[in-house]
Design a protein around this ligand. Sequence first.
Ligand SMILES: [Ca+2]
Ligand SMILES: [Ca+2]
Ligand SMILES: [Ca+2]
Ligand SMILES: [Ca+2]
Length: 445
Amino acid sequence: MTDISAGEISFTRSINTELVAGYDLYISLSDGRNVVAARSLTVLITDINFPPSFQLPSQNITVFEGTHSGSSIFQPTITDGDLLDSHTFSVIYYPPEGAVYFNVNQSTGLITSLYDIDYETIPFKSFLLIISASDSLSEDTTNITLNIQDINEPPVFTKTNYSLTPSESTGGTALYGPFYQYTDEDGDAVKFSLDCGADTGRLDIDSSSGLLSFSADYDLDMVGTASQINCNVTISDNEYTDMAYINITISNDNDNAPVFTYSIYTFYIPVTSNVGSIVGQVQAIDNDIGSYGNIFYHIALTDFNYGLFHVNENGSIFVSQSLTQYSEGSILNLTIYAVDIGNRQASTLVYIVFLASYAAPLTQGNGIQFFTFFRYSPNMAWFVPLMCVLFVTVCVVTHTIYTTNCTCLKRVKVSLHKRINEPIPTTNGCLFTYAHSDSISPTAG
Ligand SMILES: [Ca+2]
Ligand SMILES: [Ca+2]
Ligand SMILES: [Ca+2]
Ligand SMILES: [Ca+2]
């Protein structure tokens, strides 16, 4: 623009950011009536400022999870024709929370992290940074989008030693544990697997929960069954694994009730058995190892014959009261119980048969007691009367012979004074010869 009266030429605006190297000015002069032809004036502008310029107007940058605080993320590239120009960078964040996590260096434009980047906890997965660079005369901007990239992190046991104390049990029984403590930052579902060495087949593991169960009957009462199993348990997110240790101590359970060797016992004793004498012995077996296998015998209080007998700790039955009120051949019965300390029990029936005469009691219950000739009641029924009949018969015969001989002697004495030297026939055929003396001697007739 010119000053119309003086013809002075001046700037109408700043040429600090002028990018045109020169202008031709065409100047004409007028007195109000005539105008002379215009002359040109060329104005050259020196030392033009070249503005800064980002290489790309926008870029997408991946920021991996796990990037540590202070790490360099991205350096935007800027060009400036004025090689000596320095630039100042500024940034606007979208969302504004980006300022918490990222920084743009004012002098260099370098983007760095201000935080350990954790995909799972960072509230936004993408940030837009509008970065401006200025050489104090001009500026340029670029849009940098930072995308947070998840990475898989390994599952980790936060507790690595576990112990379980299940009782022996049947196959399929859950052990209700262990209650694992582990993390997977990604929230991945982990899979469990188990290695118990030679005992691996004894346990099943639920691959999703890690809970254990017996794969088959686990019976500590079987000889050679271990009461301790040590296992490694592994979790996997399909890429990474971690391991923990399980110590399993199986405790003995009272899983066996006593069982009597025989369901019925029969013992034979005389009614004259003394108090305290043994009747016989019953026996039960409990397959549990340890104290659960200990057996106690007793006769129920409600048993009709309770009080007549008692049973000791090894199953031997004894007479507690006089039994003479019972008749020979009669039978009493008892119910004897075998109980373990867990109150599991069994019972057996005992018949006590009263013999007519004493026979040594059998101390071992063999269930069926085999009879001897004298123990078998029917034998006694005919044997005793037969003996009586034989005895009477012998007595009668002896008596008859004796009395016959005496009769002969009496008759001889009576006739002695009447008949001398005359043979005397006897009723049973005996013949006496009278001698001249007083003596008499019988002869066979
Ligand atoms: Ca993971
Ligand atoms: Ca992750
Ligand atoms: Ca038992
Ligand atoms: Ca047991």
